[in-house]
Design a protein around this ligand. Sequence first.
Ligand code: PGA
Length: 259
Amino acid sequence: MEIVILPSPAEVARKAADAIEQYVRRGPAVLGLATGSTPLGTYQELIERHRNSGLGFGQAQAFLLDEYVGLPAAHPQSYHSVIRDEFTDSVDFAAGAVHGLDGMAQDPQAEAAQYEERIAAAGGVDIQILGIGTDGHVGFNEPMSSLASRTRIKTLTRQTRKDNARFFDREQDVPDHVLTQGLGTIGQARHLLLLAMGAAKADAIAAAVEGPLAAICPASVLQLHPHVTVLVDEAAASKLTHQDYYRDTFSRKPAWQGL
Ligand code: PGA
């Protein structure tokens, strides 16, 4: 796990965009996209690079991490809509290249199994962007999710419903259930890029990075993955015990290694 502490959220966004750009420029990339507030700066940065320096997504495919159950794709808070509004409609993905889970599926278990098949048929995810919940979730894998879980239906914790209430008119409008890629599914992406900004994420980042591998902090499963980059601002890094070591290591990293 590589931990990179950056001076500001804007620097986190730039560095994340650098990592994604490297895959997109290399050939037909499969991107794992997250929604929520965390990746918005990264998407803005990628949109600017698309407009100003010809970064093209025409050969790329994308898979969303999760979706609310009970929201049709056209609902403004469905993750299908959110990702279109925040990113994919502003660049040049081909029609049908951005994949998401159907929150209205009659049979959510069949939908989940088919989603796994679609990811596999695309050759797997090259780089997966991840945010982290204040309760340590990644995707919508809430505490005590199996560390080996596959895509399935989950019930949101009260904490997550509170955290996400800002996107809805009322807290009770936040759906109870979601479909989410499992921790085992996410772990099959070849490169995981975990982003966190702000003091509200400091405890979750400390638990995920330096805490024990434990289902109480689902993001701690990233410790098992061979290629994880954690990009955090100063505030999100503030509860890490080994900050000096991470800073020193990154400052002396050979340029040819990249992220
Ligand atoms: P946020 O959510 O990016 O809106 O903070 C992160 C998450 O819940 O995974």
